[in-house]
Write a protein that binds this ligand. Structure first.
Ligand code: TRP
Length: 389
């Protein structure tokens, strides 16, 4: 993986459309200084990610990967190029893959999770449509795995309140929250996230920059648990690594952060006509000649990048080819590229959606598998802690 920092890294697991219009996402976090806080460790994390990519090539089966999303809406092209296709790549390379529907986590910044069941099954359908294979990957919701949730209690004892309070991503989310008060879950969900990862002894977590502080919490929890409760058969938990995405940031069609709630995102499930309409309404600028320069021409460049990603080409050559064709030719190119690229995903999604019982069955089977794994881990935790009477 070649990782450059010329572009912000897409949040690999950004919420599909948070209430505050992306308050949890990487871009929002970067804008308020999170990236400065983590930039030292960011360079190290990027170097480490490149090394891990080589180890995946050599020995994919030594990795157990856990990734997940909050079920807040349809997955869109930002998710597709930022994280989904990477998950499929890792799965196909032979790594063990757990995909988490983080339904409890939806409640961090809102009182009630609206249309939760619909969003959860929609998310599962999106996963299947892009090629996550339930025969190889385990798709589950954390609310359905009691043994995972039970790990939260000992884990909470390993982290101090001041450590919880200085998590930059949590601070950023609180700053952007539209809620009158901040719930205890907002401060503790990073520890719950440690349970999400450690219940299955996940050792690799593909993430965007905004999730790095959370992964640090997971590593601390694992390390402290192992120190405080040395198991008879060696340490109970691995200290998982982050795998940073090198995906470039895709903007929404209004030039802002791509987010379902802003109406500027191209959903995987959108029709070809809806896609054309959204791209037709996209913001461009007054210059006729199309070029690729994300700094001086962010809106035009994001469209060029979108076409390039869909066509597996580099953005400079796409811009060059459109040249004096102007915004109209650019939008025609983007629309065709997106619709062609997504056609098989959408066809598969339509098939899947015609039988909603199937997504439900995949989820239930995944939850059962996750429960068996979590129960075995909880047994080890009981032995290590001496809570077996
Ligand atoms: N925090 C992630 C998000 O905002 C979702 C998530 C929950 C997650 N648990 C996780 C991601 C564990 C990676 C690992 O989208």
């Amino acid at each position: 993986m070649t990782s450059t920092l010329t572009q912000p890294v897409t949040a690999a697991s950004e919420p599909a459309g948070s209430a505050a219009g992306g308050a949890n996402g990487g871009a929002a976090a970067a804008a308020t200084g999170l990236s400065a806080t983590v930039s030292g460790s960011l360079a190290a994390a990027l170097r480490r990610s490149a090394q891990i990519e080589r180890r995946i090539e050599e020995n994919p089966r030594s990795f157990r990967i856990l990734t997940g999303d909050r079920p807040t809406g349809d997955l869109h092209l930002g998710h597709y190029f930022g994280t989904l296709r990477n998950r499929v790549r890792l799965q196909d390379a032979g790594a063990g893959l757990y995909v988490l529907v983080a339904d409890y986590q939806v409640l961090t910044d809102r009182d009630a999770a609206e249309a939760l069941a619909e969003h959860v099954l929609g998310l599962v359908t999106d996963y299947l449509a892009v090629g996550i294979d339930p025969a190889r990957a385990t798709i589950f919701a954390h609310s359905a795995v009691p043994e995972l949730n039970q790990l939260l209690l000992p884990f909470l004892s390993l982290i101090s309140t001041s450590e919880l309070g200085r998590n930059p991503t949590v601070k950023d989310e609180i700053a952007h929250s539209r809620q009158a008060s901040v719930s205890g879950l907002m401060f503790t969900y990073p520890v719950h996230q440690a349970a999400d990862i450690l219940f299955c002894k996940g050792n690799l977590v593909p993430v965007g920059q905004d999730q790095l502080p959370h992964l640090e919490v997971t590593r601390l929890v694992a390390r402290r648990f192992n120190e405080r409760y040395p198991g008879t058969a060696g340490p109970v938990f691995p200290e998982p690594d982050a795998l940073l995405s090198d995906a470039p940031l895709l903007l929404g069609t209004d030039g802002g952060k791509m987010s379902k709630s802003r109406g500027n995102a191209i959903a995987l499930r959108a029709t070809a006509d809806e896609t054309a309409r959204l791209i037709r309404s996209a913001k461009t600028d007054g210059q006729r000649r199309i070029s690729y320069n994300p700094v001086t021409r962010p809106e035009v460049s994001s469209l060029v990048l979108l076409a390039a990603l869909c066509l597996d080409r580099d953005p400079e050559s796409v811009a060059e080819q459109i040249g004096d064709g102007g915004a109209a030719a650019l939008k025609r190119t983007v629309t065709e590229a997106v619709n062609d690229r997504l056609a098989p995903v959408r066809a598969r999604r339509a098939e899947l959606a015609a039988d909603p019982g199937y997504a439900r069955q995949v989820l239930n089977e995944g939850c059962a598998r996750a429960r068996a794994v979590a129960a075995a881990t909880l047994e080890e935790v009981r032995d290590a802690m001496g809570t077996r009477y």
